[in-house]
Write a protein that binds this ligand. Structure first.
Ligand code: B1M
Length: 212
């Protein structure tokens, strides 16, 4: 039986080496990458968020947790999280909106879309509306995915959609949004084509959009 509590505690401590070794042991025991991600890393990150809000943890410590989680995803889980379906699915531009530096969830979504056969251009975090526009044009993208983790940066999603419309590209590209504070209601309010609550639903939605 995997010791998810140990993984959670180690993530909260930000101990990257120990976290890598615990995740490797869990994989060796036959625990799936998805379970390690959801029951260990994401559960731990939720507690980090609560501690951050309560001012029990501060930015440097949270950054250590984020780096430890990213190391486990990139070094151990990435190849195992592949969705398996590798049909040529479409071109996706993805980034976290201007003013927002949170990129772990966005990178997970990018990685899963890639493994589902999409051609993914991951622009990074803190992305200006004009940069999205430039990349949509340059890559002739089918889908634009935006992530926001802060209530204060959610409005940048609307600003970006407006910039895409002003550039005359809105008919060419479908817009999907996601991130913890974002919702289906908000997607409708700002004129996005869809909202995905997690990486799995982002893949389902992207595939559905490409069929439309
Ligand atoms: Co920040 N932070 N943070 N933070 N941080 C939150 C988001 C917060 C909820 C913590 C809290 O107070 N409880 C809070 C936001 C409050 C709010 O606005 N509602 C917060 C705050 C306030 C801040 C600062 C303002 C703190 C400060 O400076 N005083 C600051 C802002 C910096 C900035 O961006 N300008 C800040 C900074 C940071 C760090 C840099 C230290 C670090 C980020 C490091 C990094 O990403 N490289 C950090 C972290 C780690 C967090 C928490 C703890 C964890 C986020 C995370 O990675 N979760 C977070 C609390 C929390 O979320 N519980 C918090 C794991 C990840 C897998 O989940 O990102 O939700 P998530 O992604 C999911 C889904 O949302 C969805 O799929 C993913 C996978 O299932 N999804 C998409 C995400 N993007 C998608 C795009 C799509 C589709 C689905 O496209 C279609």
């Amino acid at each position: 039986m995997a010791d998810f509590q140990n993984i959670i505690d180690t993530l909260i401590e930000g101990d990257q080496e120990k976290l890598l070794s615990l995740a490797q042991s869990a994989l060796d025991e036959g625990i799936s990458a998805k379970e390690i991600l959801e029951k260990g890393l994401m559960a731990g990150m939720d507690i980090v968020g609560e501690k951050m809000e309560a001012e029990d943890m501060f930015i440097p410590e949270v950054l250590m947790c984020a780096r430890a989680m990213t190391a486990v995803i990139n070094n151990l889980l990435k190849p195992l999280l592949a969705a398996g379906d590798v049909s040529a699915a479409g071109k996706v531009i993805i980034g976290t909106v201007k003013g927002d530096l949170h990129d772990i969830g966005k990178n997970l979504v990018a990685m899963m879309l890639e493994s589902a056969g999409f051609e993914v251009y991951n622009l990074g975090a803190d992305i200006l509306p004009d940069k999205y526009v430039e990349e949509i044009k340059d890559k002739n993208a089918d889908i634009l995915c935006m992530s926001a983790l802060l209530t204060t940066t959610m409005p940048m999603m609307k600003v970006t959609i407006d910039a895409v419309s002003e550039a005359g590209l809105r008919d060419q590209v479908k817009v999907m949004i996601g991130g913890a504070p974002v919702s289906q209601d908000f997607a409708e309010q700002i004129g996005a084509d869809g909202y995905a609550s997690d990486a799995g639903s982002a893949i389902r939605l992207a595939k559905e959009i490409m069929k439309r």
